[in-house]
Write a protein that binds this ligand. Structure first.
Ligand SMILES: *[C@@H]1O[C@H](CO)[C@@H](O)[C@H](O)[C@H]1NC(C)=O
Ligand SMILES: *[C@@H]1O[C@H](CO)[C@@H](O)[C@H](O)[C@H]1NC(C)=O
Ligand SMILES: *[C@@H]1O[C@H](CO)[C@@H](O)[C@H](O)[C@H]1NC(C)=O
Ligand SMILES: *[C@@H]1O[C@H](CO)[C@@H](O)[C@H](O)[C@H]1NC(C)=O
Ligand SMILES: *[C@@H]1O[C@H](CO)[C@@H](O)[C@H](O)[C@H]1NC(C)=O
Ligand SMILES: *[C@@H]1O[C@H](CO)[C@@H](O)[C@H](O)[C@H]1NC(C)=O
Ligand SMILES: *[C@@H]1O[C@H](CO)[C@@H](O)[C@H](O)[C@H]1NC(C)=O
Ligand SMILES: *[C@@H]1O[C@H](CO)[C@@H](O)[C@H](O)[C@H]1NC(C)=O
Ligand SMILES: *[C@@H]1O[C@H](CO)[C@@H](O)[C@H](O)[C@H]1NC(C)=O
Ligand SMILES: *[C@@H]1O[C@H](CO)[C@@H](O)[C@H](O)[C@H]1NC(C)=O
Ligand SMILES: *[C@@H]1O[C@H](CO)[C@@H](O)[C@H](O)[C@H]1NC(C)=O
Length: 438
């Protein structure tokens, strides 16, 4: 496997991730590429003889592979007869977008007040526990974006083995924490962690979350599980590029749709994105953003406190219905200590969208818009610095803040990977020699 190829895919993915949150094109791809590390194989590091902590990888939005069971043969055919709707050979899928346009929207159940699968396709994460759900199928396909590949290769080089002490935790990134909870995903994660901890001589697990995966991890640790369970099962949580204060222009996906960084119109996924409950989880938090104008039309300026109004104006009554609940769970995410060691790893000094101004009289949600005029501030190219810095409220044992690293490159940079190995080493259980036990 050529590391150079892997790294260049990783760099490409950092640009892709920009649109996961902002929908708009990368602010300055040349800056992002320049900032990315020079491709180099991770330095060989050897963990001492010990039982390594099992590692669980929680990817960001769009980075989990999704399978679909189609209910109509027509849609099955549009999807190239594959069961993988996201993300296998995305260039093929996008050449006829019918597949993802019909498979990916959620429908709102007004009785349960929750989003659920639409009737065309039942979607579930691919290969939970394995790696193809987070790295992709196959791992070296340049049309997918193996953002975790460098880390996975490094861990495997350290003797980490899939299914024994290395696990992917892909999830349906379209849905909110509530839905993940209701469909049993957190229960599945919890069970897998327990099993892995037992199988590794009660060596507690390390959770590594990236981007949206940091919010999912924090919800799992701070809200879903009990302190007693974490005490027994979790050694540390490593946060990569966390967006604990939301993203300034997160709701632009409701306005424009998203190209996910591919060479297609953002409008391709506009009607789908309008149904994704996970997007409101990235709402900018008013306490952090204050009165800054984040989104505007000619007739209205929207601050973080106006996001509910923005959803109303965009004609998204169902997102409004779930917004308050999701918002309070996000606001509370960093409120209480997690009682596990937290490491905050982030980039900085990459231009990052802080505002989008649309030259339309008013929003009405009837058509996808494009061409919002962006303003930029500091951050990792996707997540604003103010939001990355909120990781401090998790009371981390260590902050690793890398100037010039961007949202995606923090997962591939050789120095950062070395540090990650150091973290794992610190949570390993020494192997008991029979002499000692003698
Ligand atoms: C896309 O797929 C749909 C459904 O199979 C089909 O009806 C349509 O003609 C295709 N469009 C193109 C441009 O191939
Ligand atoms: C999907 O399978 C059907 C029936 O087996 C076949 O007719 C069709 O050509 C296949 N389509 C693709 C894109 O492979
Ligand atoms: C909507 O949710 C209710 C309550 O959970 C459930 O009984 C019902 O089957 C759901 N409707 C559909 C169409 O799935
Ligand atoms: C969609 O359907 C799949 C397959 O039945 C199921 O595993 C998943 O939980 C459903 N997702 C949602 C959001 O209801
Ligand atoms: C993007 O796609 C268009 C056609 O849809 C093509 O003309 C253009 O060259 C592509 N750009 C890149 C960078 O691939
Ligand atoms: C929005 O804010 C800008 C500057 O902050 C101001 O010039 C403009 O008048 C405001 N627009 C509205 C509709 O309030
Ligand atoms: C969040 O915290 C507020 C104030 O402490 C509380 O009223 C609210 O119920 C909490 N929300 C959730 C979802 O826990
Ligand atoms: C909705 O907004 C679009 C974009 O500004 C505009 O073209 C359209 O006329 C508006 N529709 C209504 C019903 O106001
Ligand atoms: C990271 O570095 C940037 C640039 O110096 C700074 O603005 C930011 O506050 C730092 N964040 C943390 C958590 O150290
Ligand atoms: C591992 O632990 C040692 C000793 O406490 C400490 O000096 C080192 O910084 C730790 N490594 C990491 C990557 O946190
Ligand atoms: C794992 O635990 C068992 C039982 O406590 C012990 O016999 C064994 O030596 C341990 N293995 C290692 C590699 O430490």
């Amino acid at each position: 496997m050529a590391p150079a190829r892997a790294m260049s895919s990783g760099i490409k993915f950092s640009a892709v991730l920009i649109s996961f949150i902002t929908a708009a094109p990368a602010p300055s791809p040349s800056t992002a590429s320049k900032a990315a590390p020079t491709p180099a194989p991770p330095a060989a590091l050897t963990l001492p003889q010990s039982i390594r902590p099992p590692v669980f990888l929680l990817p960001g939005s769009g980075s989990s592979t999704l399978d679909a069971a189609f209910t109509t043969p027509t849609l099955q055919r549009s999807c190239g007869n594959t069961s993988t709707v996201w993300i296998q050979d995305i260039s093929n899928l996008l050449s006829n977008a019918t597949c993802i346009q019909q498979a990916l929207p959620l429908t709102f159940n007004a009785t349960s007040n929750l989003w659920q699968n639409n009737t065309n396709a039942l979607i579930s994460p691919h290969d939970f526990g394995g790696l193809t759900g987070v790295v992709g199928i196959p791992v070296d396909n340049p049309n997918i974006h193996p953002i975790w590949l460098a880390m996975v290769q490094m861990l495997q080089g350290q003797g980490y083995t899939v299914g024994r002490n290395l696990f992917g935790a892909p999830y349906d990134w379209r849905v909110s924490f509530y839905t993940l909870s209701r469909i049993g995903w957190f229960a599945q994660l919890q069970k897998s962690i327990e099993t892995a901890v037992k199988a590794n001589n009660n060596t507690k697990a390390v959770i590594a979350g990236h981007s949206l995966g940091t919010l999912v991890s924090t919800y799992f640790l701070g809200t879903y599980t009990t302190a007693a369970w974490r005490e027994d099962n979790i050694a540390a949580y490593v946060s990569f590029s966390g967006l604990y204060g939301g993203a300034a222009t997160a709701f632009s996906q409701f306005i424009e749709g998203s190209s996910f960084g591919f060479n297609v119109s953002s409008a391709t996924l506009w009607s789908s994105a309008r149904t994704w409950g996970s997007l409101t989880q990235r709402a900018p938090i008013p306490e952090i953003w204050g009165n800054r104008v984040l989104i505007s039309s000619r007739s209205k300026n929207y601050t973080a406190g106006d996001m509910r109004q923005l959803l109303n104006d965009l004609n998204l009554p169902q997102q409004v219905a779930t917004y308050d609940r999701i918002r309070s769970s996000i606001f509370n995410l960093t409120d209480s200590p997690l009682y596990v060691d937290v490491y905050c790893i982030m980039g900085n000094s990459i231009p990052t969208q802080t505002g989008l101004a649309y030259d339309v009289p008013a929003f009405n949600g009837s058509v996808p818009l494009s061409g919002g005029q962006a303003t930029y501030g500091s951050g990792d190219g996707v997540v604003n610095q103010i939001s990355l810095d909120e990781c401090l409220s998790l009371e981390p044992v260590k902050v690793l803040n890398y100037t010039g690293q961007d949202h995606g490159s923090v997962l591939g940079n050789p120095d950062i990977l070395k540090t990650f190995v150091g973290i794992l080493q610190n949570y390993s259980t020494p192997i008991q020699s029979s002499a000692v036990r003698g």
